[in-house]
Design a protein around this ligand. Sequence first.
Ligand code: NAD
Ligand code: TDX
Length: 340
Amino acid sequence: MKIVVTGGAGFIGGNFVYYLLKNHAEDFVICYDKLTYAGNLETLEDALKNKNFKFVKGDISNRAEVYKLFEEEKPDVIVNFAAESHVDRSIEDPELFLRTNIIGTSILLDACKKFGIKRFHQVSTDEVYGDLPLDRPDLFFTEKTNLHTSSPYSASKASADLLVQAYSRTYQIPATISRCSNNYGPYHFPEKLIPLMIINALNEKKLPVYGKGINVRDWLYVEDHCSAIDLIIRNGKVGEIYNVGGHNEKTNIDVVKTILKILGKSEDLIEFVTDRKGHDQRYAIDPTKIETELGWTPKTKFDDGIKKTVDWYLKNKSWWEKIISGEYQNYYSKMYEHRL
Ligand code: NAD
Ligand code: TDX
């Protein structure tokens, strides 16, 4: 199969490229990526040496570029990871989120309709379900939970999901959707909680915890997300949605303390700062459907995954040092100075 991975120069897309190259030598993988601030060709350095891999620079919201990709490559499968993915950035400036996440997805779907496709897979998120209250640990998101978004980011992802469902029904695009909980692991951009805290702790900088740090996220090691998507594109039923998560709920403050403990750093580095606007309280996925229908199970326990992740950041300083020495510094001042 010829598989196009959009957004493959980012965190999860990059890990998915490696997952495919390692587990499916029979497939040919194309990464299609605009290389925004979050896209990094260094993430794909080893993939670029593989004869079964090719990189194409392009924007999913540029119709001419997307149609050219389809004309030239005639892909069998599209896995759409390409997105603006950071909630805090969406709160500052929503427009780009609408263009990339909604218009971009619609253009990919138009291309599938025009040129044909065997499978279009949309990588969505648990954030489309909104949040759950902290005092109801018995509640979980299922595929039947109503969409109820909180941030411009989650609203744009929910809109994209609705378009995928509409194209699937109206034009018979063979589409599937996965909605995963928070990922962590190698190549995670340091604007997100876990890599930001690891890197700040290594640099003896303060660790900015929003609010009281009691918000809960359901963490999944990125390779387990990749194995779920791989199963869905091969065995998943067209038209279906699959929730992906490993019952791994942690408060933010617990995650931060765990990272400090692994690194042997003091908890005095923690600094409670102004909360995120509209901050979702708790995410928690019920993965029963993908477990029972497709036999998916997550392999990495949080205690092991977080140690592997910290270790990766220790061994790959050159990957993140280049990122944090550039434009990232302006981003950091803009996002964090006013929170103190
Ligand atoms: P990321 O920000 O690390 O990577 C996004 C990638 O998309 C980058 O390589 C970027 O260059 C590329 N991109 C952005 N706009 C583009 C455009 N217009 N055209 C082509 N490429 C473009 O994001 P991530 O954390 O790897 O998330 C990937 C996908 O998974 C997103 O769709 C996100 O909504 C979803 N998701 C993420 C998580 C998570 O915890 N990170 C959880 C569930 C779902
Ligand atoms: O500096 C910080 N301090 C802090 O307390 C940052 C960056 C985050 N937080 C909190 C906010 C959240 O409660 O940590 C939690 C996790 O924050 P993020 O890493 O920004 O992730 P989140 O908002 O949960 O969204 C992530 O999971 C779902 C991804 O970024 C999304 O792309 C995905 O859809």
